[in-house]
Ligand binder design. Structure first.
Ligand SMILES: [Zn+2]
Length: 238
C-alpha cells in the first residue's frame, strides 16, 4: 500500500522536516517581539525607580524650604521682640505685639506642615527602598531572560541550517515526480500540514469529507492523491 512505499515514506520524512523548519522559523521571526517586551519591562522598572526618586527629592526640598521659612520667621519674631523692648509708646508696643502674634501663628502653621512633610519623606524613602530592592531582583531576572533569548536565537539559527541540509538531502533522495507534486501542493495550500491522513473518510487537513474516488485512488490505485477539497496530499493510515 501507498503508505508503506519508500517513496511515500520519504515524502513523509521531508514533510516532517519542512514542518519543523517552518515552526522554528516562526519562533525565530517572533523573537525580536519577545525581546522588545522584555526590554520594555526593564524600562518600566527603571521609570518606577526614577519616579520614586523624584517624589522623594520633591518632598525633601519642600521640607527644607519649610525649615528655612520657620527659621526666618523665628528671626523676625526675636527682632520684633527686641524692638518691643525699646519702644516707648503703648500703640507701638501693641502693634509689635500683634505682629509677633501673627508671626507665631504663621510659624505654627508652617511647623505643622513641616511635620507632615517629614512624615511623607519617611514614607517616600521606604517606598524607594522597597522599589529598589524589587527592581534589582526583577531587572536581574529580566536580563537573564534576554540572555536566554540570545541563546535561543543561536540555537534556532543552527536548527534552521541543519533542517535546511536535511530537507535538501530528503529532496535529492525523493522520487522527482513526488517531489514536484509536493512542491506544487505547498504553493497551493500555503500553510502546513501539506500531507495529512484521511480519517473516517474526512481529510484531517480541512476536515471535509473526501469522495470515494479519493479513497479508491489511495487504497486501490495506490497513487499519490490530493484532497479534492483543500489540495493537500492525503493518505490512509492502515
Ligand atoms: Zn482537505
Amino acid at each position: 500500500m501507498l503508505l508503506e512505499e519508500p517513496e511515500f515514506q520519504a515524502l513523509l520524512l521531508l514533510h516532517g522536516r519542512d514542518r519543523r523548519k517552518i515552526g522554528v522559523e516562526t519562533e525565530l521571526r517572533d523573537l525580536p517581539k519577545v525581546r522588545e517586551v522584555v526590554k520594555n519591562k526593564i524600562e518600566i522598572e527603571k521609570e518606577t525607580i526614577a519616579s520614586a526618586q523624584i517624589d522623594l527629592r520633591e518632598l525633601e526640598t519642600k521640607a527644607n524650604t519649610l525649615g528655612n521659612l520657620i527659621a526666618s520667621i523665628e528671626t523676625k519674631v526675636s527682632q520684633q521682640k527686641t524692638k518691643q523692648l525699646k519702644v516707648k509708646r503703648q500703640e507701638e508696643y501693641q502693634a509689635l505685639e500683634n505682629e509677633i502674634k501673627g508671626l507665631k501663628e504663621q510659624m505654627s502653621a508652617n511647623e505643622d506642615e513641616q511635620l507632615e512633610t517629614l512624615m511623607k519623606v519617611d514614607d517616600a524613602r521606604s517606598t524607594l527602598a522597597i522599589a529598589e530592592g524589587k527592581h534589582t531582583d526583577r531587572v536581574h531576572s529580566l536580563e537573564t531572560q534576554l540572555e536566554e533569548l540570545n541563546e535561543r536565537e543561536k540555537l534556532l539559527q543552527e536548527e534552521i541550517s541543519e533542517l535546511g541540509n536535511e530537507i535538501k538531502a530528503s529532496g535529492e533522495e525523493m522520487d522527482p515526480t513526488f517531489l514536484r507534486e509536493y512542491e506544487r501542493v505547498k504553493k497551493v495550500v500555503r500553510r502546513p500540514p501539506y500531507v495529512v491522513p484521511v480519517e473516517d473518510q474526512k481529510c484531517s487537513g480541512c476536515n471535509l469529507r473526501v469522495s470515494n474516488d479519493i479513497v479508491s485512488s489511495i487504497l486501490v490505485e495506490e497513487k499519490l492523491t490530493l484532497c479534492d477539497q483543500c489540495g493537500r496530499v492525503v493518505y490512509i493510515e492502515r
